[in-house]
Ligand binder design. Structure first.
Ligand code: DAH
Length: 341
């Protein structure tokens, strides 16, 4: 028995010494002192010893046990110190390494211009309305006086979601007019900025996704003069007092009369150049007096109210605003370009 205890002591102390991490040390403890450990097994046999042997062996066993426990505690302490030292060594901070540069973002040129447009119109009492990019054909066409069979409804221009053409990616912000008129009573003064989608190939002036700002005013006694005043204010606030506009007759299903508005070319001041393709003028938007059918269709009494509307491309406004020659630059997210604004 004595010999067995000696062996246990020697082998366990050796095992404790060679344990090189906390889990190995714990395994040693379980091996010797655990419920099924070898020292425990010896203690269980104490009953079979003679009355003289029992106290002697008992004392020895207890001594071995406390020696092992002590060795384990010491080793555990040593291991944790070692671990701490190693971590301190590995995680050393080099405060002389240069920091990572945090670059401050910039507003995208289109955001700058949109904020200016919103400022100009809110200053004239307009509020900002929004509508969904996935829209019903009813709001985009029927209610805007472009019934079944109208050429604007062709599948070749518009992204439709359903075979029956009832849902689409809006190709214009004009359906927001319908949503506003169906939920608000006149007087109405809103602008509606947002993304629109068309099946266009990408080039210097086209993209399948672009932005428009819609405008709508409905009140008593609204005339074409109010429309001209609002749009001239927009152009002059954006481009300066000398910016000149030209109103040309045009056709849109949802306005009558309708017009397109050109701005005098910023490059040649109307003389004709490459930028304006020799015209001296650059088209910037469509507008008109809201068609009585559109007003009536949204429940507005045309014997009391009239209105004007316009739709302007935000990319175009931005290109003119900063003299940018190619629309693709606005979508490429090249910081060398964007940092200039
Ligand atoms: N929705 C037209 C387009 O995308 C632009 C437009 C023209 C909007 C006349 C209007 C308007 O509100 O009255 O080409």
């Amino acid at each position: 028995m004595k010999k067995i205890l000696e062996d246990i002591k020697n082998s366990s102390l050796a095992a404790v010494q060679s344990a090189d991490d906390p889990s190995a040390l714990e395994a040693v403890r379980v091996n010797y002192l655990g419920k099924k450990g070898s020292l425990t097994a010896v203690l269980k046999q104490m009953g079979s010893l003679s009355a003289e042997e029992r106290p002697v062996i008992g004392q020895l066993a207890n001594q071995v046990r406390s020696e092992i426990e002590e060795a384990i505690a010491k080793k555990a302490q040593a291991l944790s110190e070692e671990l701490l030292l190693r971590r301190l060594e590995e995680e050393k901070l080099d405060v002389t390494i240069p920091g990572t540069k945090v670059s401050v973002g910039k507003k995208h040129p289109m955001s700058i211009v949109l904020e200016e447009v919103v400022d100009i119109f809110t200053g004239m009492g307009y509020s900002v309305a929004e509508g969904p990019e996935v829209e019903y054909s009813a709001n985009n066409f029927d209610k805007l006086n472009a019934p079944e069979g109208h050429p604007a409804r062709e599948w070749s221009d518009t992204f439709y979601f359903r075979e029956d053409s009832s849902v689409l990616l809006r190709p214009q912000t004009s359906p927001v007019q319908v949503r506003v008129m169906q939920t608000q009573k006149p007087p109405i003064r809103v602008i509606a900025p947002g993304r629109v989608y068309r099946k266009d190939e990408v080039d210097a002036t086209h993209s399948p996704m672009f932005h428009q700002v819609e405008g709508l005013v409905v009140d008593k006694g609204i005339t074409m003069g109010d429309l001209k005043g609002a749009l001239n204010t927009l152009v002059q606030r954006l481009y300066g007092k000398d910016a000149k506009t030209r109103f040309r007759p045009h056709h849109f299903p949802f306005t009558e009369p309708s017009c397109e508005v050109d701005m005098q070319c910023f490059e040649c001041q109307g003389a004709g150049c490459r930028v304006c393709k020799g015209e001296g003028w650059i088209e910037i938007l469509g507008a008109g007096m809201v068609h009585p059918k559109v007003l009536e269709g949204c429940g507005i009494d045309t014997s009391v109210y009239s209105g004007f509307a316009f739709g302007v491309g935000l990319e175009r406004l931005t290109l003119r605003r900063f003299n940018i020659s190619d629309m693709r630059l606005l979508f490429e997210n090249d910081m060398r370009f964007l940092n200039q604004f």
